[in-house]
Design a binder for this molecule. Structure first.
Ligand SMILES: [Zn+2]
Length: 456
């Protein structure tokens, strides 16, 4: 009998497929096209990709894994996708809050940037941002700032996926004094990261109102030459729209479209003040929208027409924006919660935007915004293994009637326990594996003193 048993095990071991990892959890939220949630589910990973998803019993019958992670009291979900932020500004967190945008920019941010932002500032700020984002379950971030090659190096070191755009702006910036210099640098940057596993290099003209038409056209042409995304702030404030209307009698979206800026993969951040005609343009040009509810609320920018955009089929993702004066953190759980609640309260309709829609925007919807929906955003065989485990063993997490609703309205970034990006664990049991947390926190404190002294 013993011999038959061992023979059976031997044959079984031979026939089982090999995986590098099996992660199992009480619930697997897949975000596949059927929005399937699997109770007692598991995911098999080989190399950089997910190779199978199913019930724990199915996966265990089919695969043997070199390593396993079993979290029966948790949710396994796709890694969260941040579609708009400025990571290195984390070192300015809380520098000047509760102010008018113009005062905030002119009295604090521009002087603080001019006196402090260099490559090392960006490196430490991005490390701090990646640390917070990974610990909170964000596996992909979309960034626009200066020294974006350094942002890319820091993201790669953190093991985080990034769509990272070099900012091009019509006045002297910390890294380049003219848009021509910035465009030249961006071209070299795009070439350097052209085939990176984790980094998608992008072109990021700051906004319509901070760039000339020529710079905007050149930015689009450069992005298209490298098949790179273009990231831009669009129609964030009523003032931006009013100014453009009095200047050219068109909306910012109308002007950008007539300049050809949307002729290629575009991530438009904010899109708060849109007309029906603007939304028709965004839909026709397949522009992705990064909705930033915390930022829009904190800066009193307004309420983006998210429900209408989703109904039209415009891809909408979520972003924390910020983190200095316009949020001030990188918490995608908060963005999901606020995205749903902001639509509800502004429409006086509790059914305006559901938990399922909010979670979709933070995952597969965000992937669509970035043109990466075939690679990330859901837990499906063939996709990159970007996934998170969120604990269900705390006071705010029990009981569970609906895991999707729990993710959006009850769970917190701090409940994230494990994170995998591109097949590699980067957070294990709430601890970062890729970065030196103590050193990053210490550096952030040092920068606070330096920035404060520079503003005296
Ligand atoms: Zn922004």
């Amino acid at each position: 009998m013993l011999r038959i048993c061992s023979l059976f095990l031997f044959v079984f071991a031979l026939s089982a497929e090999q995986a590098d990892w099996i992660w199992s959890a009480g619930y697997v939220i897949t975000e596949n096209s059927n929005a399937r949630v699997i109770e007692n589910g598991a995911v098999a990973v080989r190399g950089e990709r997910i190779i199978a998803v199913g019930t724990r019993a199915e996966i265990e019958a089919r695969f043997t894994a070199r390593q396993r992670l079993d979290r029966p009291d948790a949710i396994l979900a796709p890694g969260l996708i941040n579609t708009h932020t400025h990571a290195a500004m984390s070192l300015f967190r809380g520098i000047a809050d509760d102010m008018r945008l113009q005062d905030w920019l002119e009295k604090f941010i521009f002087p603080a940037e001019a006196k402090n932002v260099d490559a090392e500032f960006v490196r430490w700020g991005t490390r701090l941002g990646c640390l917070e984002m990974l610990l909170g379950g964000t596996t992909t971030f979309t960034d626009m700032y200066y020294f974006e090659d350094v942002v890319a190096e820091a993201a790669r070191e953190a093991g985080m996926r990034g769509v990272l755009g070099e900012t091009i702006i019509g006045f002297p910036a910390p890294d380049h004094k003219t848009p021509v210099d910035a465009l030249g640098f961006t071209e070299r940057y795009l070439a350097r990261f052209a085939s990176d596993r984790l980094i998608v290099a992008a072109v990021a003209p700051h906004a319509l109102y901070t760039n000339s038409d020529e710079t905007l056209k050149a930015a689009r042409a450069l992005a298209n030459r490298f098949h790179a995304p273009l990231i831009i702030h669009v129609a964030e404030t009523k003032k931006e729209v009013d100014d453009e209307m009095s200047k050219r009698h068109t909306t910012p979206v109308g002007t950008l479209d007539s300049l050809g800026v949307f002729n290629g993969l575009t991530v438009a951040a904010h899109c708060v003040w849109l007309t029906e005609a603007d939304m028709a343009i965004l839909k026709a040009r397949e522009v992705g929208v990064a909705h930033c509810p915390s930022s829009n609320m904190m800066l009193a920018s307004g309420v983006a027409p998210v429900v209408r955009m989703l109904a039209l089929g415009i891809p909408v993702g979520l972003g924390p924006d910020g983190p200095a004066g316009s949020n001030n953190d990188f918490n995608m759980f908060e963005e999901m919660d606020l995205a749903a609640k902001l639509q509800k309260v502004s429409k006086l309709d509790p059914q305006a935007l559901s938990a399922a829609s909010a979670l979709e925007m933070a995952t597969i919807g965000g992937a669509r915004v970035l043109g990466m929906e075939k690679e990330i955003g859901s837990i499906e065989a063939g996709k990159r293994a970007d996934m998170i485990v969120v604990r269900l063993d705390r006071a705010n997490a029990v009981p569970v009637y609906d895991p999707v609703s729990q993710m959006v309205y009850a769970l917190k970034a701090d409940d994230v326990r494990d994170v995998m990006v591109n097949g590699k664990p980067v957070v294990r049991d709430g601890a970062i594996l890729t970065l030196n947390q103590a050193q990053i926190l210490e550096k952030a404190r040092e920068y606070r003193d330096k920035v404060r002294a520079s503003l005296r």
